[in-house]
Design a protein around this ligand. Structure first.
Ligand SMILES: NC(=O)c1ccc[n+]([C@@H]2O[C@H](COP(=O)([O-])OP(=O)(O)OC[C@H]3O[C@@H](n4cnc5c(N)ncnc54)[C@H](O)[C@@H]3O)[C@@H](O)[C@H]2O)c1
Length: 299
């Protein structure tokens, strides 16, 4: 059975005929591709209206168009850079307009890596990681406060995307590790400030290894352009994906991931399913947590 059909069946059983996010409005940053794009698709499939926020106009519009082709009026692409404070304010304004005056979910997912060992890391590399992974999510949550500090008895949740690098550290990633650790503090503080009076939940999801361009071979040539025009190359140097087929490929993959008990990375959709899970009513009492989605790595 296809995952969507299975979800539809479970919903019927649990009495969510319109989907588990029916009537909710979600902003997902970095939703032009990778984990965020899959989350946008899954959220829309579960009845949410989704704001696809990304710096990449072509990709953001592509994701929103595909969602709207399945059901018109479900998605809105709002293109811009989360490092731009004006964009953040505009994003919230347009999301609220699109959502009929309400916003229920924010997924702070936009991000990337800019690696160097400690003694070679520049201030710019350091500051950019804190800006993207800490300042931008903080500003977005602050700007959206009027839509979360409300007492309409509807669910509200903030989901901040972190990484196991933020929990365990990772050689070559002091900047990313510090920033992703900071996400945990942001999450918990929101839970403590907005939980008591408004019932807002706030959780971190820390991913391990998900197959996106961030973890692909650097030689594939993916990059992200900074506001000053600097191009940051994405991916892992020297990582070549095994081109074997069939059972050989499975064996090769298992051998390639000896530190992951499931012996494989997550697909972007699999990673996104955990975001949907945390946003869903099934997680209504899960709050302030750091949920590690790692296939069991680093237990
Ligand atoms: N892939 C992994 O293994 C992994 C592991 C742990 C954590 N994460 C985190 O998951 C999140 C999603 O990453 P992904 O793997 O899907 O990467 P991705 O590169 O496939 O997608 C990230 C998206 O964020 C967008 N983005 C980046 N900077 C932006 C900015 N300044 N403004 C607006 N949009 C911006 C990009 O355009 C891109 O579409 C990131 O926060 C990443 O750190 C990923």
């Amino acid at each position: 059975m296809a995952p969507q059909d299975r979800i539809a069946q479970v919903n019927k059983h649990l009495n969510y005929p319109g989907g588990v996010l029916a009537g909710q409005v979600a902003i997902i940053t970095g939703a032009g591709q990778g984990i965020g794009a899959e989350a946008a698709r899954l959220f829309a499939n579960e009845g949410a209206k989704v704001i696809v926020a990304d710096i990449d106009a072509t990709k953001a519009n592509g994701v929103a168009d595909a969602i709207n082709a399945a059901e018109a009026g479900r998605a809105l692409a709002v293109v811009g850079d989360v490092l731009d404070a004006n964009y953040i304010n505009d994003l919230v304004k347009r999301a609220a307009e699109f959502g009929g005056g309400k916003i229920h979910i924010i997924v702070n997912n936009a991000g990337f890596t800019w690696d160097a060992v400690v003694h070679k890391m520049t201030d710019k590399q350091w500051e950019t990681m804190l800006a993207v992974h800490n300042t931008a999510p903080f500003r977005l949550v602050r700007a959206a406060a009027p839509y979360f500090r409300v007492k309409d008895k509807e669910p509200r949740v903030i989901i901040n995307i972190s990484s196991t690098s933020g929990i365990h550290g990772n050689a070559g990633q002091t900047n990313y590790s510090v920033a992703k650790a900071g996400v945990v503090g942001l999450t918990k503080t929101i839970a403590k400030e907005w939980g008591p009076a408004f019932g807002v939940r706030s959780n971190t999801i820390a991913f391990g290894y998900v197959t996106t361009r961030l973890t692909g071979a650097k030689e594939a040539g993916a990059f992200i352009t900074q506001p000053d025009g600097t191009k940051v190359a994405l991916g892992i140097p020297g990582k070549q994906l095994d081109a074997k087929k069939g059972s050989d490929a499975k064996a090769a993959e298992a051998a390639a991931y000896p530190d992951i008990p499931l012996r494989r990375p997550a697909s972007p959709e699999e990673a996104a399913r955990s975001i949907l899970g945390v946003a869903s009513p099934w997680f209504s009492y899960v709050n302030g947590e750091t949920i590690r989605v790692t296939g069991g790595r680093n237990m």
